[in-house]
Write a new protein. Structure first.
Length: 196
């Protein structure tokens, strides 16, 4: 989804992950609902969730994307993308928020949970589905997943809270794997999408 945020970083990570998996294909920028045609999966990048949601809604993309996801299109949301996927969202600093959401993943997310820009941090995460080697989590104005529904599988936690979750063909991370050079999460998502 190429509206705002870490679009180019995800493009690069996806291309490299596809090469490492030996997958043929291309990465396409999704800016309008017509761009959703003939997609095998979609990534919603980090950025500013309110901006991404409002622009996508104004372009008719949000509703079309929601329908495609509900019809089985695999989706991976990172940071702001995870917020857009959530059924319930509030801001840890200001409380209730009024922003367009897809509301497809059974999670409750607090925006800006770890603080503002200056409180951003990196930490090694243990993610069993990726193997023994730690994954460097880059948390920038990061949200927190405060609760998950019964159909949501927690793949990684930090300080007792989920930071990487999966529900069906939906994957959400509250950190930025596209900024690390480590494509294992993108490879995991593409493998998930390939099986669908």
């Amino acid at each position: 989804m190429a509206i705002q945020g870490d679009v180019l970083e995800h493009v690069d990570a996806l291309k490299l992950a596809m090469a490492r998996l030996g997958l043929e294909g291309s990465v396409k920028a999704v800016k309008r609902s017509v761009d959703l045609e003939k997609l095998d999966c979609v990534v919603i990048p980090g950025g500013e969730s309110t901006v991404i949601g409002r622009v996508a809604e104004r372009k008719g993309l949000l509703g079309a994307l929601k329908k495609r996801i509900e019809d089985g299109l695999p989706v991976f949301g990172t940071c702001a993308g995870a917020i857009l996927l959530a059924k319930e969202v509030y801001d840890a600093k200001v409380g209730e928020v009024d922003q367009p959401l897809l509301k497809v993943m059974d999670v409750r997310i607090a925006r800006n949970y770890y603080g503002r820009q200056r409180e951003s941090f990196e930490v090694d995460l243990h993610i069993p589905v990726l193997g023994e080697k730690p994954f460097r989590g880059v948390f920038i104005r990061a949200p927190a997943i405060e609760s998950v529904g019964s159909g949501v599988e927690v793949l990684a936690t930090y300080e007792g809270l989920p930071v990487l979750v999966k529900q069906g063909l939906m994957l959400a991370a509250t950190f930025h794997p596209e900024l690390t050079g480590d494509t294992r999460i993108h490879e995991y998502f593409l493998s998930l999408a390939k099986r669908s």
